[in-house]
Every structure is written in C-alpha cells, then in structure tokens.
Design a protein around this ligand. Structure first.
Ligand code: FES
Length: 115
C-alpha cells in the first residue's frame, strides 16, 4: 500500500513560503489561493498543513497549542490530528481538511485538498 496521497484529490501545488520562515516546532497561518491554512512543523521535522479555521467556531488553529501530531484549538480545546484532520473530541465534531505538503530545497509547497 502506498503512503502517497491520491493526486487527483488535490489541486495544483502552490509555493507558500520558505522552510526557514516556519517555526522550528510550531505553527503559522498562511493564505493559499485565498484559503487560510495552518502550516505546522512537528518535532520530527515534518511539515503538515490543515485548514486554519476550527470547525467548531471561527478561530485560528495556528494560534493553538501543538502536542505531538495534534493541534489543540485554543478556544475550547478540541485537538485536531494533523494526519487525518479528525478532532479528538467535542466540542468540535467535524474534521478539518488536510492538505498535501511537499518540500523542495527550502521551498514549502501546498496542494489544497479539493472538496
Ligand atoms: S472554537 Fe475550536 S473547539 Fe471551539
């Protein structure tokens, strides 16, 4: 079984930033073709990208707390899995979209998940 995402499920990849513009470990908000996303570098050096807006209310997940491979919403504490987008529990019940990240040299590209 391949770990590669299905390319048909994602749009064109977009250059978003340089790797050194991201926190060593942590998250930053970015705009990709008008869609707000959170770019998150975990302590294993992997960069993830999920929708920035919490599915419970309209707040930025990039301002939340990183814990392992989850990002905790700062307002009510739901934790979103960076690999699946699934919330750990209420109050959020709807997953966030997970986008595809590629790194080439120092460049960070994101291909948005299509709805
Ligand atoms: S706004 Fe994110 S859990 Fe409520």
């Amino acid at each position: 079984m391949s770990a590669q995402p299905n390319p048909a499920a994602y749009g064109e990849r977009v250059l978003v930033c340089r790797l050194d513009e991201l926190p060593e470990v942590g998250s930053a908000a970015a705009d990709v073709n008008g869609r707000l996303v959170a770019l998150v570098r975990t302590d294993d050096g992997v960069v993830h990208c999920i929708d920035d807006t919490c599915t419970h209310a309209n707040v930025s997940l990039a301002e939340g707390e990183l814990d392992g491979c989850t990002l905790e919403c700062w307002l009510h504490g739901s934790r979103f899995d960076l690999l699946t987008g699934d919330p750990s529990g209420p109050p959020a019940t709807v997953p966030v979209a997970v986008h595809h990240v590629t790194i080439e040299g120092d460049d960070v590209y994101v291909a948005l998940k299509e709805n």
